[in-house]
Design a protein around this ligand. Structure first.
Ligand code: DSN
Length: 478
């Protein structure tokens, strides 16, 4: 039996023993995920296998560079892993390795996008992306009157394109007119909050007319694109970026795909790879790359198509049920995994509904809807069905979820009245603490108990829920 110096004793014991405080936080978060309804459109519940790979010994290894061209020794297995991950990424999106390549090292979607911009542009070159208040992402050039918000507007010039206010669909004609004047070097498509599919062919024409690269950021929809359930951006784009943890259901990371087969694509492989490392990142997170590889293996299975179809069917049903309750959705429905719910006709802000839903165990996020003056005080809510579909929920269950959401809205309107002010803090107070002669807080508790009971009927990927018990630090009235 080996003897251990004191300084190494803590290297072998399990987390619960070494750090009960962190273990307790993880247990509380597990309980929260089990007991609630996860409707954040950018989240999903990854598999046990992915979590095992992600939590593996691969975290120990430095491997700056690319397979077979590293700046450190000892990378024979890490090379094997990264090559496998690249192969699966191309396979998952049905790409010919002679025409497309992929870098699997980005730490996240934002860093993938910044690396892609670094690869395609010179500092202060012009780009165009969908405006954030219209559903675009921060990293697509967002700025306000007062501030350049992200590296994409700090280091590059940008001009947003917009939705057509009448249809709430991308205004492709308006975009073409703007591009003709602005002459971007890069046109970005893709969104964080757009419930419809994209016309990549029309975007390619605009890009070609102006000598621009075309990049799709399919972070939200990549799992659905891989399944062939949405239009294929690879047919028309030069570069495609994605996160791996949304509809693709992997660990938290990013991917950059680059075209290898056109004049325009000349050197894209080198430009993207050099942009990721050394321009923007250091050593890749090999444990995460292992998690991505495992998630991609799952996305290559025939069952993936059924999952993606169900995510979309669930989003459609959720949207239809909300409409049946009399609510307004942006574009009146969805083609993908998300629904944008316009609360403005109700006189309710997205912040208030988000808060109330948090209290009752439904996790959603406030979101700008078309026409909002500011993304800081959004008039809507974004809902997504990828995570609930990973808990086995089907269309009939979405009707129950829609009913919970309807009750949450009605309750928010009542609480707003009871609060007697428009302030969020007054709203939270009357929602949380029963007030003499007022019903609101009691109804909040009833709804919370029903949501909890419903949510706990479902499995939670990666967790044996039959062994779960309420952890210390979480109080629940019996
Ligand atoms: N946070 C992700 C989203 O919600 O869309 C992307 O940054």
């Amino acid at each position: 039996m080996a003897t251990f110096p004191d300084f190494n004793k803590g290297l072998y014991a399990p987390l619960a023993e070494v750090d009960p405080e962190v273990q307790n936080i993880i247990d509380k978060e597990t309980w929260r995920q089990f007991s609630g309804l996860e409707l954040i459109a950018s989240e999903n519940l990854t598999s046990r296998a992915t979590m095992e790979a992600n939590g593996s010994i691969l975290t120990n290894k430095y491997s700056e560079g690319l397979p077979a061209a590293r700046y450190y020794g000892g990378n024979e297995y890490v090379d094997e892993l990264e090559v496998l991950c690249q192969k699966r990424a191309l396979q998952a999106f049905h790409l010919d390795p002679a025409k497309w390549g992929v870098n699997v090292q980005p730490y996240s979607g934002s860093t993938a996008n910044f690396a892609a911009l670094t690869a395609l542009l010179q500092p202060q070159d012009r780009l165009m992306g969908l405006g954030l208040p219209d559903g675009g992402h921060l990293t697509h050039g967002y700025y306000t009157a007062k501030k350049k918000m992200t590296a994409s507007s700090i280091y590059f010039q940008s001009l947003p394109y917009a939705l057509d206010p009448a249809t709430q669909l991308i205004d492709y004609n308006g975009l073409a007119s703007l591009a003709k004047i602005y002459k971007p070097r890069l046109l970005i498509c893709g969104a964080s909050a757009y419930p419809r599919d994209w016309d990549y062919k029309a975007l390619r024409t605009v890009a070609d007319d102006n000598g621009a690269f075309l990049m799709a950021d399919i972070a939200h929809t990549s799992g659905l694109v891989a399944a062939g359930e949405l239009a294929d951006p690879f047919e028309y784009c030069d570069v495609v970026t994605t996160t791996t943890h949304k509809t693709l259901r992997g660990p938290r990371a990013g991917l950059i795909f680059f075209r290898k087969d056109s004049d325009k694509a000349k050197d894209l492989e080198k430009r993207v790879n050099d942009a990721v490392f050394p321009a923007c990142q250091g050593g890749p997170h090999n444990n995460t790359i292992a998690g991505i590889a495992t998630a991609l293996l799952q996305a290559c299975q025939p069952s993936w198509k059924a999952y993606a179809k169900q995510v979309i069917a669930n989003a459609r049903t959720l949207g239809q049920e909300l409409v049946a309750h009399g609510y307004k959705l942006q574009t009146s429905g969805t083609d993908n995994h998300l629904v944008l719910w316009d609360l403005r006709p109700l006189g309710l802000t997205g912040s208030k509904l988000e808060k109330l839903c948090d209290i009752v165990g439904i996790t959603i996020n406030k979101n700008a809807v078309s026409g909002d003056a500011s993304a800081q005080v959004p008039g809507g809510i974004r809902l997504g069905t990828a995570a609930l579909t990973s808990r086995n929920m089907l269309e009939a269950d979405m009707k129950i979820v829609a009913d919970f959401l309807h009750r949450a809205v009605q309750l928010s309107l009542l609480l707003q009245k009871e609060a007697g002010s428009k302030l969020l803090k007054d709203f939270v107070r009357v929602a949380s603490v029963p007030q003499e002669g007022k019903e609101g807080a009691l109804q909040v508790r009833t709804l919370r108990d029903e949501v909890r009971a419903f949510a706990r009927r479902w499995p939670l990927p990666g967790v044996d829920v039959s062994t779960l018990t309420r952890p210390a630090g979480i109080e629940e009235d019996e």
